[in-house]
Design a protein around this ligand. Sequence first.
Ligand SMILES: NC(=O)c1ccc[n+]([C@@H]2O[C@H](COP(=O)([O-])OP(=O)(O)OC[C@H]3O[C@@H](n4cnc5c(N)ncnc54)[C@H](OP(=O)(O)O)[C@@H]3O)[C@@H](O)[C@H]2O)c1
Length: 152
Amino acid sequence: MPKKVILIAAVTIDGYIARHSLEITRWSKDLHVFKKQTMGHPLIMGFNTNKTLSSHLKGRRVIIVQRNDDPVNVLKSIKEDICFIAGGGKTYHRFYPFVTHLYITPHPYVFGSGVPLFSGSGMKELKTKFLKLLEIDKENGIFQYQYEVLGS
Ligand SMILES: NC(=O)c1ccc[n+]([C@@H]2O[C@H](COP(=O)([O-])OP(=O)(O)OC[C@H]3O[C@@H](n4cnc5c(N)ncnc54)[C@H](OP(=O)(O)O)[C@@H]3O)[C@@H](O)[C@H]2O)c1
């Protein structure tokens, strides 16, 4: 089980990560940061999100999770100290009890509807501690907020 399980996501002002399940997130401005931060680390990615990718993510082992995969078994199979949860909403929701850090980049959009950051029911409140603010695109007000998850 990795020591750090980092959820990384670009979100709209109203908390969505996509307009629909098969949307390619072209609106995200933090892909260069995503690449840098995830390089060399395993990525856990949902079945739908994988379908939206146009090319292979170089330098990273991508573990595609489907509806029957048990999050505990998936995490136990990872021997590295750090892994990333790379979405989408259903996958963030299924793995949220194991997340140790949140890297969240709000974007200046309001979708009104779509795929929420955590797509699922019965989620518990998480306590977090702010760690760091990373500049992505200052002119357009885009920053990545990094938090540690203290527990639920
Ligand atoms: N903004 C961001 O940072 C960001 C990051 C990642 C992804 N996204 C976007 O999020 C969207 C996808 O999110 P999502 O919540 O829909 O999905 P997801 O978390 O990527 O995929 C998870 C789900 O795929 C389902 N699934 C669909 N077809 C399946 C099949 N044939 N066999 C097994 N499992 C299957 C599973 O089951 P069930 O349906 O049965 O639960 C599984 O739980 C995309 O538009 C993607 O671009 C955005």
